[in-house]
Ligand binder design. Structure first.
Ligand SMILES: Nc1ncnc2c1ncn2[C@@H]1O[C@H](COP(=O)(O)OP(=O)(O)OP(=O)(O)O)[C@@H](O)[C@H]1O
Length: 625
């Protein structure tokens, strides 16, 4: 619990996010921010004073001298300012490195390490009593979550991720200390901006994670601000780090002072009922074609398979199909076929009677019964175990099923939409998935391209996420600088739209200004773009700051609306993007000796999509022209 002091005591020290012109880290938790380094067998530290530069070098006049030959006399300057630690290389001989990249100026997060010559200095946070708060850099926590996922998958063990945030855009000193006090050394914490944090609980199951989350929520209670906690549990929360982070953040959004702990999605969840859902953005040519198909299939009952990489928007499209048809207003029940323990798949889908198996303490309806009159969204269908595949086929053929432990036939009227990132067709051909089920489910197969193949959508999607995150966090972030936007467009987005959303939401929380700049993007995005892992799209001009007039964007709302006509500028930009895409396909095909299967593999898209785009864009093998 927060000790002694009242919120009034702290009134002079509270600060608002909207007007944060002062040192955010310093205000956050009476934190001491220090440089910590290990040299000649000793670990030392030096506190950074806000807005007071500290020059590190080998000898005076550097204020902090480390007698190492790889350091220049005055090697680098550190400054704690506007809620960040900044490092400037002072023209050193051996360089200043962040994440293995030589930098002349960079912002450093708490927990991050900077290397001067061959001396590593870590930025660390210390509590009022001088104790290390053991905070990690966000990237390091991300890597830990990835490691946890691998371990959890391999050994079938649980883990949890918490997203902790302040309920109001006001914070007071002490909350990070309060959170740390609820945790054990094995738990890892990264500050996410200055009014939110992520907490990784390795090996924690539902009960332990919920206990810890409740303790955190109760650890800091002010009159108008308190801690809210979103809890994401593996495997329900998803199978990639991006999904787990998004689930925890989404859960935190649903927490409130009255209900300060909220859980992320369960393996099954109701996506839509009467209330309208947040619309999806359809802005690019390729997604307009997807939207056309969605409109065509929406009115019918034909089963649909959505195929695309993780985070491309399959669930968003599933909802569009549901909302675009006569079942609109009824339930969409989603089930993540990959997140249900094998022995429970059938009871999850079809329900069970009391006593049907150990632990079946009461009768329970399954997903198909819950969705009667609406849509069942079978996510990760490729992970469905063979016995459940057989049972699902029976339902699709007969329209009826029976609960586990009962022989009574139940009839339901549901539409089935399935999604997968796997090549189901190939799985069916090799026998890894029932071919008869594949053909039953795939009345129509819709390919959702990865974000890197629809770069024309990056800007409008980023704009959309920026607006939503600004509103949700009580921030007034108005746009993105052209440099940061160029970087977003150059990045390859392995986690697709979900990753873009995570990156923008993070940037909105951490930026001290009104525009998201380069420094507000995670190091991995900056580093990948700097390494040139993806080419930039055509020149986007200088008026590309988000917050201006939207380009060619259609917002799919529950009430279908026709896409807006492209304004002339939108057309020009689209033309450039198509040129860029055509060149990308041509280059990749050249590299692959015009072997389409190989080129598609390298691009990360199905061969069918590659062939289609080649046709649309007029990409042909030179000799056949
Ligand atoms: N067109 C879009 N407009 C707005 N938001 C989108 C769009 N596409 C995806 N998103 C957002 O990106 C995130 C991932 O989308 P979604 O869950 O639909 O992807 P998915 O392909 O189903 O992922 P997975 O395969 O991992 O389940 C969600 O937060 C979603 O709201």
């Amino acid at each position: 619990m927060r000790s002694g002091k009242s919120v009034q005591d702290d009134a002079a020290k509270t600060w608002t996010l909207a007007g944060r012109s002062i040192s955010a880290i310093q205000q956050t938790a009476a934190l001491g921010i220090a440089l910590v380094w290990h040299y000649a067998g000793k670990t030392e530290r030096r506190l950074l004073s806000p807005d007071t530069p500290l020059v590190v070098g080998r000898a005076v006049p550097a204020a902090l001298c480390i007698d190492d030959r790889t350091l220049s006399r005055e090697h680098a300057r550190f400054l704690l300012s506007r809620g960040r630690v900044w490092v400037d290389d002072l023209g050193s001989k051996n360089g200043t490195f962040l994440d293995g990249r030589r930098v002349s100026r960079a912002g450093i997060a708490i927990g991050d390490e900077v290397v001067l010559g061959s001396v590593a200095l870590r930025v660390q946070a210390f509590g009022a009593g001088g104790e290390s708060l053991d905070l990690e850099g966000e990237e390091k926590l991300l890597r830990r979550v990835e490691d946890e996922l691998t371990r959890a998958r391999h050994f079938r063990r649980p883990f949890a991720l918490l997203h902790v945030r302040m309920s109001a855009a006001v914070t007071a000193e002490g909350w990070i200390n309060a959170v740390r006090a609820c945790l054990q050394p094995v738990h890892r914490v990264a500050l996410y901006g200055t009014c939110a944090a992520h907490v990784l609980l390795p090996e924690a199951g539902a009960e332990e994670a919920s206990r810890t989350a409740q303790a955190i929520a109760a650890s800091f209670v002010g009159s108008d601000a308190r801690l809210l906690v979103g809890l994401a549990l593996y495997p329900d929360a998803g199978s990639t780090a991006d999904e787990v982070f998004a689930a925890a953040r989404e859960a935190a959004r649903h927490a409130s002072p009255e209900r300060p702990v909220a859980c992320g999605p369960a393996a099954t969840s109701v996506l839509a009922r009467e209330e309208p859902e947040e619309g999806g953005i359809i802005a690019g040519q390729q997604m307009r074609e997807v939207l056309e198909t969605v409109r065509r299939v929406g009115a019918s009952r034909i089963p649909v398979i959505l195929h695309g990489e993780t985070g491309t928007g399959k669930e968003v499209v599933a909802r569009m199909i549901h909302e675009g048809g006569p079942r609109k207003g009824r339930r969409v029940v989603r089930v993540n076929c990959g997140a249900i323990p094998k022995d429970l798949v059938e009871s999850t889908l079809f329900g069970h009677e009391r006593g049907a198996f150990t632990g079946a303490l009461q009768q329970q309806k399954g997903v198909f019964e819950e969705a009667d009159g609406g849509t069942v969204f079978l996510d990760e269908i490729g992970e469905l175990p063979p016995p459940a595949q057989a049972a699902l086929l029976r339902v699709l053929e007969s329209g009826s099923f029976s609960r586990v432990g009962s022989s009574r036939e139940i009839e339901v009227d549901v539409r089935v939409v399935a999604a997968t990132h796997r090549d189901l067709e190939a799985m069916a051909a090799s026998g890894a998935f029932r071919a008869d089920l594949y053909y039953r489910l795939g009345g129509v197969v819709i390919d959702i391209p990865p974000l890197r193949a629809r770069t024309d959508e990056i800007e409008p999607l980023a704009r959309h996420f920026l607006r939503a995150a600004s509103a949700a966090n009580g921030r007034h972030v108005e746009g993105i600088t052209p440099e940061a936007l160029a970087l977003l467009c150059a990045y390859a987005w392995p986690g697709n739209v979900r990753e873009l959303r995570n990156v923008i939401e993070r940037a909105v929380v951490v930026t001290p200004g009104a525009l998201v700049g380069l420094e507000d993007l995670p190091p991995r995005v900056r580093a990948a773009a700097a390494r040139g892992e993806s080419e930039r799209p055509a020149d986007r001009g200088t008026d590309a700051e988000l917050g201006g007039a939207p380009p060619d964007v259609a917002v799919f709302c529950p009430t279908p609306s026709a896409p807006k006509e492209a304004p002339p500028e939108g057309g020009r930009v689209r033309g450039k993007v198509q040129q860029y895409e055509a060149k990308l396909l041509q280059d990749m095909l050249e590299t692959a000796g015009w072997n389409r299967t190989e080129a598609a593999r390298r691009l990360g898209i199905p061969v069918r999509t590659l062939s289609y785009r080649m046709k649309v864009l007029g990409v042909k093998r030179p000799s056949s022209r």
